[in-house]
Design a protein around this ligand. Sequence first.
Ligand code: 13P
Length: 252
Amino acid sequence: MKNIVAGNWKSNKLIDEAQQLFNDIQSIIRNVEKTEVIIAPPLPYLGQLAALSNSKLSIGAQQTSAFGMGAFTGEVTSEMLKSVGVTWVIIGHSERREGFGETNEVVRKKVRSALNNGLKVILCCGENLSDRQSNDHFEWVGNQIRDGLSGVSAEEMNDVVIAYEPIWAIGTGQTASSAQAQEMHAHIRGIVKGLFDETVGNHCRVLYGGSCKPDNAQELFSQPDVNGGLIGGASLQADSFAAIVSASEMQH
Ligand code: 13P
């Protein structure tokens, strides 16, 4: 099973810059073999960039609607994303949970909407600093996973990837140590095994996110339960993103 390196551009880049970055990444990573590369640009550019995507570089959305088509002003549905060539969607990012009121229940509905419409899901989880300091982080993340995956079938798990992104590591430059990442990834995999079975758990890719950079990616990706990364800041420049993809290519 291939590793995944996904770039979450968040709310960055105007269209010309986005096109340029996409072009640069596409040309640098054209020889990747062991890594699935995904980028998640801002919503208005999805169709344009998805039209240029290929087997080496696919396009993800940064979120989707919990609703279907209808009178939901401003919402963009999973059907719409699929129809413009998007293949992946990030769901439950901590910035959406904390800033836009996405509860585990909303996340669960969004996962359902994405899977029902043929999108693959990157389901995000992660604790804040006080949960870690009070040693509640395993329980917190476990609940996010159990709730987010509630109603998902074993077969549908082929289209679900989990991203562990400790909130205290996002955009802070303070990455989780490889031991902290491995410990939580093993915990997450154990939960997936418990919800489904050994095979589903072993096949489920668990990505690390949170200040993942060229200089720490290789160490993180070398952990047995780390199957790649979800990259924020370092995905905004082609060379640093490509260096992280190279770190993934060197695994196995
Ligand atoms: P940073 O890599 O900037 O810490 O962001 C991680 C992230 O939130 C990716 O979704």
